[in-house]
Design a protein around this ligand. Sequence first.
Ligand code: ATR
Length: 269
Amino acid sequence: MKKLAVFGNPIAHSLSPSIHHMFAQSCGETISYEKIECAKGNFAQALTAFFADPEAIGCNITVPFKQEAFELTQSNCDRYAMQARAVNTLLQADILRGFNTDGLGLVSDLVAQIGSLQGASVLLIGAGGAARGVIKPLLDTGVSELHISNRTFEKAKRLSDALGISQVKAMTGDELASQQYDIIVNCTSASLTGELPELGTLKIGQSQLAYDMVYGKQATPFMRHALSNGAAKVSDGLGMLIGQAAEAFYIWTGKRPAITEVQAALRDI
Ligand code: ATR
């Protein structure tokens, strides 16, 4: 039996156990996958206790512990975790290794929804950890430009300056007026509190896809706004969640689960 878990706080509503049990069933793996809510300040100890069991081979990490998981494993991280400075997947092999599969999860869902991203122009709204984590995987797909706009412009500017990559540019509200984007991704946490991020002069109706990283039973304010302003397609982040889980499952088992049926099943939960 492979023992797996997700660490976070809060964690009660996590869909990860359901997703990984479906993956395991379809791939012929026997797993246990539990939710572990640990107190802030107790994360490292909780991890050590979990991995004391020889059957424990890996885990997912979610809010608010991704940065701490990176700090614990930063000399043994993949390049996505290094760039994001955050880890969402751990593998206990000879040593504890850190990965960040969030960006690959987003990319796989965007490709599933609109095809190749080669040459696409992309706007990220938000400049926190969620945005930082998807930049490198998006650049790897060959997008032509990756702009970042944020309520606090200086934070977007710091993020783009730190990368120093010509396709990545922080945009002020005024600069957005003259831009059109194929894909607009809401990476802010505004949807979690039912808010629409300030979009200024953004022409959201020109986009092929307006994507919210948040998911839920109902369309988020951002999705509703994009639809009513003419965006060709809108999506929540359920596919990204399943995509990042599929990459983690592959890291742990070497098997690539099919994700379409899982997505349909989760919509019914
Ligand atoms: P995460 O790790 O989830 O990205 P974070 O690092 O706290 O969380 O970043 C949250 C992001 O959402 C930030 O870009 C934040 O904007 P500020 O930098 O101006 O704080 C953005 N955000 C949160 N609530 C928002 C709102 N109501 N409208 C617009 N942006 C919002």
